[in-house]
Design a protein around this ligand. Structure first.
Ligand SMILES: Nc1ncnc2c1ncn2[C@@H]1O[C@H](COP(=O)(O)OP(=O)(O)O)[C@@H](O)[C@H]1O
Ligand SMILES: [Mg+2]
Length: 141
């Protein structure tokens, strides 16, 4: 388990960019933490670390955004997903087989179906600009 206290968006992005260096194709990162916790900011850092050039924004309506980097990054927002059927329709299970990295916002929605080697990233709001970030669930961290 790894914990980090971030004091700014920049620090969150940098922490994520460093973590990205340790990721491998097929990794699933499941975020926990409510609105404004920094899930999208963290994913932006991952993208930087993976050499993605395009902009990263919350896939609130599209449900998934694809980014090409040194490893592809598939960015999900499952806020509106309430059934397994919904999840299937996003293509989630197909993405699992595409040798990319999945970054999953609102993974609370699919807690029961997360694989046991999912990397869990919990973002806790401590103050206006401070966040406690916990990374767990894999022997690398
Ligand atoms: N240390 C921090 N890390 C990440 N975001 C922060 C931090 N401090 C303040 N923020 C603010 O919190 C918000 C996080 O937004 P976002 O990443 O979209 O959250 P989420 O995707 O979890 O809803 C942004 O407005 C950002 O400026
Ligand atoms: Mg978001």
């Amino acid at each position: 388990m790894k914990t980090f206290i971030s004091h700014s968006v920049n620090e969150t992005e940098e922490f994520a960019a460093q973590l990205a260096q340790e990721l491998r194709p097929g990794d699933v990162l499941a975020f926990r933490g409510g609105m404004g916790a920094g899930k999208t900011a963290f994913t932006r850092g991952l993208a930087q670390g993976l050499g993605v050039t395009g902009e990263v924004s919350s896939p609130t309506f599209a449900l998934v955004h694809e980014h090409n980097g040194k490893i592809p990054l598939f960015h999900f927002d499952l806020y509106r997903i309430t059934s397994l059927e919904d999840l299937y329709s996003t293509g989630y299970f197909d993405y699992l087989d595409r040798s990319g990295i999945l970054a999953v916002e609102w993974s609370e929605q699919i807690e029961g179906i997360l694989d046991e080697n999912t990397i869990l990233i919990t973002l806790e709001t401590l103050g206006e600009t401070s966040r406690k970030i916990t990374v767990e669930g894999d022997e690398r961290f």
